[in-house]
Design a protein around this ligand. Structure first.
Ligand code: CO
Length: 294
């Protein structure tokens, strides 16, 4: 049976902007009129930005509850520390899939080396919602170095994928997700053509962050900075666009179809649960980051 290729339903355009502590981000989600693509809450492309020595900025201690944060680093190096004593660093190609669940306080900062010497930072942070039954789950980390992220290439060598979550071109992700999620970094060269199965019950988007791609059939051009919201079908087809080269994140997931209330770093089902999250954070029930002893 030939798969039904998902068409592009509509496009949203993300513009580079400066956030909070001076982050340069491109944010295709949320945008005006599009609060979420269930279960995805936020898609931030950080940079690329070239920091001079002493200028790199990060996100000091802050809490999260009720969802997952996925950090995918393309260039540069970050360090993280949290209230459960977890510490580590992420470099190019590494992925951290953090389930905040019931609550965690963490800091996400450029590495000391990047703070001192400067350098280029480029990556993604994606927020994935948790269903009501998992919002108060135990926090969990999956830190996966680049070498352990499965990759695959089409037989003609013109389409390449890094499979952070889900399955593509016969390879399956190393990361486990609480609910079915597809998270893939696709890179196409001229005449590249790839089709990947995406279950019919998933919502799916393609965010192009380099060059452009032809998405769907007969195919719509999606340019750098644009995100295509895909329509119904059971597969996604990506082909090289007019520029020849294109790179995009393919994100898809089974929607929770539940009420969603977000306030800053907390994403719950009800307003009352948000109030409780603030109370728990303020009374220290999400913990604090212990001082580094070295
Ligand atoms: Co955070």
């Amino acid at each position: 049976m030939t798969p039904q290729i998902r068409p592009v339903d509509h496009l949203v355009t993300a513009h580079r902007q400066s956030e909070g502590g001076g982050f340069i981000v491109r944010r295709p989600l949320p945008v005006a009129g599009l609060e979420m693509v269930d279960p995805f809450l936020l898609i931030d492309e950080l940079g690329p930005i070239d920091y001079a020595p002493g200028q790199a900025v990060g996100a000091p201690d802050h809490p999260h509850r009720g969802f997952e944060t996925v950090s995918y680093i393309l260039e540069g190096e970050t360090e993280h520390a949290d209230s459960s004593g977890h510490r580590g660093s992420l470099g190019a190609g590494d992925v951290q899939w953090m389930t905040a669940g019931a609550g965690i306080v963490h800091a996400e900062m450029p590495s000391r080396r990047m703070q001192e010497r400067g350098g280029r930072m480029h990556g993604f942070q994606i927020w994935v919602n948790l269903p009501a039954r998992l919002k108060m789950t135990e926090p969990r980390y999956q830190d996966v170095p680049a070498a352990q992220i499965p990759q695959a290439t089409t037989a003609d060598g013109k389409a390449h994928v890094r499979v952070v979550a889900g399955e593509a071109l016969g390879v399956r992700a190393a990361i486990a997700t609480h609910t079915p999620i597809i998270f893939q970094d696709w890179e196409l060269q001229p005449d590249g053509d790839a089709t990947v199965a995406v279950p019919r019950d998933h919502n799916a988007v393609v965010f192009v962050f380099e060059g452009n791609l032809l998405v769907g059939e007969p195919g719509q051009v999606v340019r750098e900075g644009q995100m295509a919201i895909l329509g119904a079908g059971d597969a996604v087809r990506l082909r090289s666009g007019p520029d020849g080269h294109g790179r995009a994140l393919l994100l898809a997931g089974q929607p929770h179809n539940e009420p969603m209330t977000r306030y800053g770093p907390f994403v719950m089902n009800t307003q009352q649960e948000i109030v409780q999250a603030f109370r728990d954070y303020q009374t220290g029930r999400m913990g604090a980051i212990a001082a580094k002893r070295d």
